[in-house]
Design a protein around this ligand. Structure first.
Ligand SMILES: [Zn+2]
Length: 154
């Protein structure tokens, strides 16, 4: 279920890679179905909308599990475009299940979002009411933005 890189699973405890969270998404069919089922159930609740959190790949070399590599090869797309299509496609499916406000939380990487995370802001923007940009307090240890800035400058 966990996304995989050539240096092992996309888990915080894997010190060969640097990921701020443990990542399951996005091509595991059972996981996708569960999330979509949950979103559909929310449709009967009295809520203002749905904001999905961290719906993207952990980093540019993920995911290289056999399922993802097969899907990528079947797509005929390059690696970056295929990964963006996976993310945008999932968000389209999710949006179709939401009756009111739909939004996503995304890393605000202006330079490498598509290459690293499969986030295609241009393609996702028409699907959402807004992008929720996660900002961390000074005592929050998940300082993902330090990694974003360092990579973007590099
Ligand atoms: Zn995979």
């Amino acid at each position: 279920m966990v996304a995989v890189s050539k240096n092992g699973p996309a888990l915080r405890k894997n010190r060969k890679i640097n990921v701020p969270f443990d990542f399951v998404f996005p091509t595991n069919p059972e996981y996708r179905a569960k999330i979509l089922e949950y979103i559909e159930d929310l449709g009967s609740a009295d809520i203002q909308g749905v904001t999905l959190n961290i719906c993207h790949f952990p980093d540019e070399e993920c995911c290289v599990c056999p399922r993802c590599v097969d899907l990528w090869l079947q797509s005929g797309l390059n690696w970056t475009d295929w990964r963006a299509q996976i993310i945008t496609g999932f968000l389209k499916e999710a949006k179709n299940l939401v009756k009111n406000t739909f939004a996503v939380q995304m890393f605000p990487d202006q330079v490498l979002a598509k290459e690293r995370f499969g986030i295609d802001f241009e393609a996702i923007a028409p699907l959402v009411e807004y992008f929720h940009v996660p900002l961390s307090s000074r005592d929050y240890f998940t300082n993902y933005w330090v990694d974003l800035l360092a990579r973007d400058f590099l």
